[in-house]
Write a new protein. Structure first.
Ligand code: G6P
Length: 499
């Protein structure tokens, strides 16, 4: 096999394919719908590449591996599976990743279960990923590891003697020092992260938190520089630390949302829910998304602004996720109870229903139709790495007269703060006021805000993100990196500003 100098090996917890057993008992793989794969596909196809990940099932490892091999031809890159058994899924994925790192890094320490078995299995499973990379990779490859499930993989690879360049991107927030120090394995994780050649964060704030942790906990790793990419030297190697806000394939969303059938679906939605503004929330079922807080804010708006009654409906879409974790199951019950209460309190017999609740996965065209139909998007996570729904909504607002209400604790707020109405998701009445403001905003203001938002999402799309990260990983000349520009330097508060 000829390996070009920059063949890319992408590594993520899940493969971007959905594996299923068909009626005849054989396994097949079909492409999933993730944004990451759209962004990386051109790079993987041009340079040749491998994607390593878990197929999402604990069944029939060998047959699933063969299905991945068969899918590789059409994919345009090679798919390699890391199989996990039930215990590994419990302790590594549901345990360490989603009952320790996920809540802690989203500032929800009270939801953490610092069970030592989780950490042991996390290290073992990260070792499995590393072994798979070492088997299929080569010295000249660029290895790009994604997200909080796999923070230790770089350290495992170095321990195996792998010298290739390795990058890591964290898709979720990095917590402030005071929270990070609660982690019993904090030192091991920081040392592991310093084994990468480049570490990417979503926002300057996340990067600043990480650098602050290094300053206090690993003072010998002195961080230098300013601008988009900082540098430290650790263990005789240079480590680059950057902020690269992830985005979407803007043009693809615009193209698809402009299709006549999507326009028609959106119009049908307005016919079913006439004479009112439609407010949209779309989230994975997750306690970080602030769905109960949002419902209460919606209720507050209806209580305090009676003009909104019968003139506004909330469509709340909840996509099932991690349902094997009790906190997620409890959240579903809480949401459904609140929806019932609000509808019971305000419903008009034979007419207006305030909250339309949809629990399930949406088809692409339904999602696009919701985006196009919604007059207001209400995106109020308590904490979020980026939140791509906000960017997708802007791209799909073809008429440019819709309003984005966005939590100041979503990574996207750093980039979109000038066009969106920013809110504190914990401020029930404040979010209610924002709904009123969006509902009564003049068309001129809506248009100028949305135009600004769309310009930013169009300029800093997902292909910009890939280029920015890969440049930081391979470029020799760091002065080529611009100082953080308006898309990243938030104006929200001094606390959000770059270090
Ligand atoms: C977040 C994480 C991703 C993850 C996704 C879905 O966006 O950053 O890494 O893939 O949630 O979660 P799941 O647990 O279903 O993979």
């Amino acid at each position: 096999m000829t390996i070009s100098a920059t063949r890319l090996i992408v590594v993520s917890n899940r493969l971007p394919y959905v594996f299923q057993r068909d009626a005849d008992g054989t396994w097949s793989a079909r492409p999933g719908s993730g944004g990451l794969v759209t962004a990386l596909l051109p790079v993987l196809r041009n340079r040749g590449g491998v994607w390593i990940g878990w197929p999402g099932t604990t069944e029939a490892a060998e047959e699933v591996e063969l299905a991945a091999e068969r899918a590789s031809g059409a994919a345009g890159y090679v798919l390699k599976t890391v199989s996990l058994n039930g215990e590994e899924v419990d302790n590594f994925y549901l345990g360490f990743a989603n009952r320790i790192i996920w809540p802690l890094f989203h500032d929800l320490q009270s939801l953490c279960d610092f069970e030592p078995t989780y950490w042991r299995t996390y290290r073992e499973v990260n070792g499995k990923y590393a072994a798979c990379i070492a088997e299929h990779g080569a010295q000249a490859d660029l290895i790009w590891v994604h997200d909080y499930h796999l923070m230790n993989v770089g350290a495992d690879l170095r321990a195996m003697g792998v010298q290739a360049r390795i990058g890591f991107f964290l898709h979720i927030p990095f917590p402030p020092l005071d929270l990070f120090v609660k982690l019993p394995w904090r030192m091991a994780l920081l040392h592991a992260l310093l084994q990468y050649d480049v570490i990417g964060f979503q926002t300057l704030r996340d990067r600043r938190n990480f650098v602050q942790c290094l300053r206090i906990l690993v003072p010998e790793a002195r961080v230098r520089g300013h601008g988009q990419v900082l540098v430290t030297h650790y263990g005789g190697r240079e480590v680059r630390i950057g902020a690269f806000p992830i985005s979407i394939d803007y043009n693809a969303f615009v193209r698809q949302a402009s299709q006549p059938e999507i326009k028609q679906l959106a119009a049908q939605l307005h016919e079913k829910l006439p004479n009112r503004k439609l407010v949209l929330g779309v989230d994975r079922l997750d306690y970080t998304k602030g769905i109960p807080h949002r419902l209460k804010a919606f209720r507050s708006a209806l209580e305090r602004y009676p003009e909104l009654r019968e003139r506004m409906s909330l469509i709340q879409v909840v996509v099932p996720s991690r349902v094997d974790i009790a906190d997620y199951h409890d959240l579903k019950l809480e949401i459904e109870q609140l929806v019932g209460q609000i509808n019971g309190e305000f419903v008009r017999p034979g007419g207006w229903v305030p909250v339309w609740y949809v629990y399930g996965s949406l088809s692409r065209s339904d999602l696009l139709a919701y985006y196009r139909a919604a007059d207001i998007a209400l995106i109020t996570p308590l904490k979020d790495g980026m939140n791509l729904v906000a960017k997708e909504y802007c791209a799909c607002s073809i008429e440019e007269d819709c309003v984005l209400i966005l939590s100041e604790f979503a990574g996207a707020a750093a980039q979109l703060n000038r066009g969106a109405i920013l809110v504190n998701p914990y401020d029930t009445d404040g979010v209610g006021d924002a709904l009123w403001r969006a509902w009564s905003m003049s068309v001129e203001e809506r248009e100028s805000r949305m135009r600004r938002l769309r310009r930013s999402v169009r300029t800093f799309d997902v292909f910009w993100w890939v280029d920015a990260f890969l440049n930081a990983a391979i470029s020799h000349d760091l002065s080529a990196f611009p100082a953080p520009d308006e898309s990243m330097a938030p104006e929200v508060a001094a606390d959000f500003l770059p270090i």
